[in-house]
Design a protein around this ligand. Structure first.
Ligand SMILES: [Zn+2]
Length: 343
């Protein structure tokens, strides 16, 4: 197993989340990635490589040019504005009856290009976001070069980001960028299996009208859990993409015994497609000890999850998404990868 990693993610630090009436450190913190790479090094698990640097044209295969310009400029414009705060974040969003109008001020731009307020910017955010995308694209290149498996240790994560909107700690959709890269270099069918606790709404919407990408997500029921407005079972895709999106919303308390049954159904769908490559959007926030979520997957279960997915024997790129138990995220990730590699 080859892991693609860079320290640039640490530039995206000092992020704040609301804590009732005040603010506290964001759950999406540098220690997440630091502890995963430490666990990989400590266990001597495979090799670590640096990401390559890719042209911006690779990003515009998924994201709009105006959104990319916003991501580049947001921090500088925040500093030059009258807005105050250590994190640049939106307060006003586009609702029904309003327009996605161009805005000349940073408060307007933040609202236009965000769908929630959990996705702030600091001085080093763009560099970290850009490198995270490069990590995913490097992982795709490894598969294109003949590797059977690779792990893109991406931070910040990406699966909530749409073509022109950030949200849910995500800015560029690393998983979607990797999928598109695989298709652009010769793959005809790619499957995405999103096992993050939260629905991968960004990945779903990006590929929703397409039949060259099968998107499958297992996640907490959006009637009770973020992102609330996508991830229901009756979202099959549209147009040519009808039948190429499958959602498995699951109840709070889902444990491995229950999860494994649904995962088996998802793997059957992927087998039926027979994709040229599989991209796993790996969230470790299904973990029973995750402080932010409500599933009951145990540390040992991640090994079995990796084994089950590995049984597909497809060329597989794993892209890191969420997971907020800083203490256990390293062991859980290595268990998943070991299961995948060993099956
Ligand atoms: Zn998540």
């Amino acid at each position: 197993m080859i892991t693609v990693y860079a320290d640039d993610h640490m530039l995206h630090s000092g992020l704040l989340d609301p804590r009732g009436d005040t603010w506290g450190p964001s759950a999406e913190c540098p220690e997440r990635a630091n502890n995963i790479v430490r666990a990989i090094r400590d266990q001597g698990f495979g090799t670590l490589v640096e990401p390559k640097i890719f042209e911006e044209s690779r990003l515009t295969r998924i994201h709009t040019p105006d959104y990319l310009q916003f991501l580049k400029d947001v921090w500088g414009e925040w500093l030059e504005s009258d807005e105050k705060g250590a994190n640049a974040r939106p307060e006003t969003f586009v609702g029904p009856g309003m327009r996605h109008a161009d805005s000349d001020c940073i408060a307007g731009k933040l609202g236009r290009y965000s769908f929630d307020s959990t996705t702030p910017f600091v001085a080093g955010s763009w560099q970290a976001i850009r490198t995270s995308a490069n990590i995913a694209l490097t992982g795709a290149d490894l598969l294109q070069g003949g590797k059977r498996q690779a792990f893109a240790l991406c931070r910040p994560p990406g699966h909530h980001a749409t073509e022109s909107c950030c949200g849910g700690y995500c800015y560029l959709n690393n998983t979607a960028l990797a999928v598109q890269s695989l298709l652009d270099s010769g793959a005809t069918r790619v499957a995405v299996l999103d096992v993050d606790y939260h629905h991968g709404n960004g990945t779903q919407t990006i590929f929703y009208e397409r039949n060259d990408v099968l998107t499958i997500s297992l996640h907490a029921d959006p009637r009770l859990e973020y992102p609330f407005f996508a991830g229901f079972a009756d979202e099959p895709g549209t147009g040519a993409g009808h039948g190429f999106n499958i959602n498995y919303p699951l109840p709070f308390g889902t444990n491995w015994e229950n999860y494994e049954v649904v995962l088996g159904a998802a793997l059957d769908e992927i087998r039926r497609l027979g994709p040229d490559a599989l991209v796993v959007a790996l969230g470790l926030d299904t973990f029973a000890g995750d402080p932010t979520t409500h599933f009951a997957i145990e540390t040992g279960d991640f090994l079995k999850m990796g084994e089950r997915i590995g049984s597909l024997s497809a060329p597989t790129l794993v892209v890191l998404e969420g997971g907020y138990s800083v203490e256990h995220i390293g062991e859980n990730t290595v268990n998943f990868l070991a299961g995948l590699a060993g099956s």
